[in-house]
Write a protein that binds this ligand. Structure first.
Ligand code: FEO
Length: 357
């Protein structure tokens, strides 16, 4: 079985989707699954851009074989070495022993830990390297910490394609429609993109800003990320979203109220505040029980809205553990530019605000 699609002219999609995985990175719920994208460019020298996760290995290898149709594979470009994209390098080398691995120095050093145990030739690239593959020269944009230090983008000037690694990626399987223009850029797609970005790459806003500036200088017709739809439309909307997320600026005025509550008292306080805010004309009010909703959804909405209110009971003289986890996550992700209010509760030692502050 193979499932492939033509992206444009001589370029093909050879990735696939997994909807059996419950937790991405064994951490983030993905009720709609996830795709692992990979691409083949056919030219005088044929190129594979990244591999995939182990879970879709067999389909991926069939896809590559089908598209090559007996032709040789000359280069495997490694834009990102996280294992959801680098789990099948060994099998690609085994199937195509003359393939050369194209990567930067940081990736080369990291790859040693993968212990491939195979003889293979490497081509180390820098940002000014041009890789001539026939009728075009591929170039490279280094994107350190988007989302690992070795990450780079590959640019095809002929088809005006930016292979953007994790950037512009999203949760959810690709359900036949691999191009964004084949579906509707609705709130569900944006929500998946935001939850992916904010939780996976959200910490590295400064680096994302820097790479967005570099990308803005390129003539781009298609963005081919490693997860989610190929972006062929709505560039302005998406660049605006990514710029807001990267700078921790809100998309909409509104408030996220997150509470923990053991006996409904803190919960009632949260809902009372929401009620009063509504009376005062606040339209966007999202309320989350931190014990009920996975923190990745809450983080995503915190990026989206301007204000945040956290209400926590005092628990064993400390912050309620799940609120503590949320705050740790906010700190880890460098979330800033938010107006934050704190509410505490407690009968015999009311200390959670002090500690949350
Ligand atoms: Fe999709 Fe950073 O890997």
């Amino acid at each position: 079985m193979n499932i492939t699609r033509k992206v444009i002219n001589d370029t093909y999609y050879v990735g696939g989707s997994d909807n059996r995985l419950n937790l991405f990175e064994n951490l983030f719920p993905i009720p709609n699954g996830v795709s692992y994208n990979s691409y083949v460019i056919l030219d005088k020298f044929n190129v594979l851009v990244d591999t995939v996760d182990e879970s879709i290995k067999e389909l991926f290898l069939n896809n590559v074989k089908y598209i090559l149709n007996g032709k040789k594979l000359d280069y495997l470009i490694l834009n990102h070495l996280e294992l959801d994209h680098a789990s099948v390098i060994k099998e690609v080398i085994q199937n195509y022993p003359k393939v050369k691995l194209v990567l930067n120095e940081k990736a080369f050093n990291m790859l040693k830990a993968y212990d491939l145990g195979l003889e293979v030739e490497f081509i180390l690239v820098k940002e000014d390297t041009k890789l001539n593959i026939g009728i075009r020269e591929l170039s490279f944009v280094f994107a350190p910490m988007v989302h690992w230090p070795e990450v780079m983008f590959t640019y095809d000037p002929l088809n005006k394609i930016l292979y953007s690694a994790d950037a512009f990626g999203s949760f959810s399987t690709l359900n036949g429609n691999i191009f964004l223009s084949e579906t509707k850029l609705d709130e569900y797609i944006i929500d998946d993109m935001r939850r992916y970005y904010t939780n996976i790459v959200g910490k590295y806003g400064r680096q994302v800003q820097s790479v967005l500036e570099k990308a803005a200088t390129l003539d781009i017709k298609l963005i081919c990320p490693l997860h989610g739809h190929i972006i062929d439309t709505n560039f302005d909307i998406l660049f605006d979203k990514y710029t807001k997320w990267a700078t921790y600026n809100y998309e909409e005025k509104g408030i996220v109220i997150v509470y923990a509550s053991m006996y409904q008292n803190t919960k009632n306080t949260a809902f009372k505040i929401a009620n009063e805010l509504s009376v005062k004309g606040i339209k966007n009010i999202k309320i989350y029980d931190v014990s009920k909703t996975d923190v990745s959804y809450i983080i995503s909405d915190i990026f989206k809205y301007s204000n945040l209110l956290i209400a926590s009971p005092t628990y064993n003289g400390c912050i309620y553990p799940k609120i503590n986890y949320l705050i740790d996550d906010l700190l880890m992700l460098n979330v800033s530019n938010k107006s934050i209010s704190l509410v505490e509760n407690g009968i015999w030692a009311c200390t959670s605000i002090k500690q949350m502050s």
